[in-house]
Design a protein around this ligand. Structure first.
Ligand SMILES: Cc1cc2nc3c(=O)[nH]c(=O)nc-3n(C[C@H](O)[C@H](O)[C@H](O)COP(=O)(O)OP(=O)(O)OC[C@H]3O[C@@H](n4cnc5c(N)ncnc54)[C@H](O)[C@@H]3O)c2cc1C
Length: 426
């Protein structure tokens, strides 16, 4: 039987498999999805998982339960042979399996981008559910230590948190965590405040949003006490301190690295042309010179036909739609029908600033405060792929509005899992 192989279960891979299930008629092709996790992580709500507002399981869409006509294989594709049309998959039990395919959709997404900054092993990553859970626990642990110590300088260091990178992941993270820290303070009487510092090499935060909304977010977060330092980078990290490019040194045990993403390592291993590390594709999402091989999402350099000369942004919106388009093109190619180009005009951005605040520009209309919050939550409720997950998230939001955070640190995630990939632990 013809095999359509999908690699990755992020927005792009998940939607590709779901669309293939809808379009293929019984017996036309087998869909196989390889992923190193058994769920789609709805990454856009990760900051609320870190805040303890959303239960991590509620933010994960089960592949086994949702993709009932797809063969889901858990493992990591370590190597691809595009000429022989084979994928080499490593499974958790240490075994390796070679899988032949007729059509391939590459959707391995991205990983945190790192720089040769000395001491990067002291920073935490914020890209997975486990890391989100870890960071919530870590913050509580810092406050517990700060509350216990008699040394004021030590207490201040444990109550200082640095976030590196002010795109939407860093900004949403810090916005949520400021509020989490404020809610925890009454539990630790000897801690009076937690200091948050957000730095970025760019001249302003949230460069993806229009200037007015970026300014709204900056003002709201600064009013809550956030120290925002544009045009600032990390010179080096050391145990218990961060040395910044503006010449200052912060005593801190919490450095969260959200300084952008780069395509998953599988892409570089292909030795094919890339732009900014993303695999080059034609507007119909095929890899040039490899008919039947498609690439989508953060890992692919997809031309933005609505903005000639530009690439589609690395966003959930594009990844979701590109996954569906690639699936439709795979089916067209199997049936000898013409392929269609990917074209999608951005519907705008939504940025949740925690509490009742947000910034959004749906269809280009700038909104802030409560109206933006309503749009932001409405957007996520529509975009979360299954009814079960929508209901769970909506219930979590309701509970968080009605009852207090439990103030419990579970410690299920190891320190090593929270570190940047390829950098290691201190
Ligand atoms: C905290 C945060 C908040 C964000 N918020 C927003 C937002 O509000 N709006 C927005 O539009 N975008 C947002 N983004 C960006 C958005 O999440 C990404 O653009 C989107 O996740 C890209 O989807 P993807 O399917 O291409 O890749 P990914 O989501 O990265 O998924 C790729 C999957 O493939 C798996 N994989 C990788 N390599 C292999 C391999 N070799 N073998 C098997 N499996 C593999 C990975 O483990 C992963 O599960 C946010 C990102 C972050 C980090």
């Amino acid at each position: 039987m013809t095999v359509v192989l999908v690699i990755g279960s992020g927005y792009a891979g998940f939607e590709a498999a779901r669309k293939l299930e809808k379009l293929l008629v019984p017996g036309e092709a087998e869909v196989v999805l390889i992923s190193d996790v058994d769920h789609l992580d709805y990454v856009s709500l990760l900051p609320e998982v870190a805040a303890g507002v959303i239960d991590p399981r509620h933010n994960a869409v089960s592949l086994h339960r949702t993709l009932r006509k797809t063969r889901v294989l858990l493992g990591t594709v370590a190597r691809l042979d595009l000429t022989a049309r084979k994928a080499f998959c490593q499974h958790r039990d240490g075994t390796e399996r070679a899988l032949s395919y007729d059509r391939l959709i590459l959707a391995p997404g991205s990983v945190p981008k790192t720089f040769p900054t000395p001491g990067l092993e002291h920073a935490f990553a914020f890209r997975t559910l486990a890391q989100a859970v870890y960071l919530r626990d870590h913050l509580q642990n810092q406050l517990e230590i700060a509350d216990a110590t008699d040394d004021p300088a030590e207490r201040e260091a444990y109550c200082t948190c640095l976030v590196v990178g002010a795109g939407y992941s860093g900004t949403e993270f810090v916005a949520q965590m400021q509020l989490v820290a404020a809610r925890m303070l009454p539990l630790f009487p000897r801690v009076t405040s937690v200091r948050w510092v957000l730095i970025d090499a760019a001249p302003r935060i949230l460069p993806e949003l229009d200037r007015r909304l970026g300014e709204h977010a900056t003002k709201r977060l600064a009013d809550r006490g956030l120290g925002i330092r544009p045009e600032t980078t990390v010179d080096r990290l050391e145990p218990g301190r961060a040395v910044l490019s503006d010449g200052t040194t912060l005593a801190t045990h919490t450095v969260v690295w959200t300084a952008g993403v780069t395509p998953a390592p599988l892409i570089a291993s292909l030795d094919l042309p890339t732009t900014a590390g993303r695999l080059e594709v034609t507007p119909d999402l095929q890899v040039p010179g490899h008919p039947g091989v498609f690439a989508v999402g953060d890992a692919a350099a997809v031309p933005d036909l609505t903005k000639p000369g530009k690439l589609c942004g690395a966003t959930a919106q594009h990844a979701t739609r590109q996954g569906k388009r690639a699936a439709a093109n795979v089916v067209a190619s199997l049936r000898g029908e013409p392929l269609r180009n990917y074209r999608h005009r951005d519907l705008g951005f939504v940025v949740d600033l925690g509490g009742l605040d947000a910034a959004a520009n749906p269809l280009g209309i700038p909104l802030s405060g409560l109206p933006a919050k309503v749009v932001t939550r409405g957007y996520h409720l529509l975009a979360i792929p299954t009814m079960a997950n929508k209901v769970r998230v909506a219930v979590d939001w309701t509970l968080a509005a009605l009852i207090q955070d439990q103030g419990v640190r579970l410690g299920f995630v190891t320190d090593q899992e929270a570190r940047l990939p390829g950098v290691g632990s201190p």
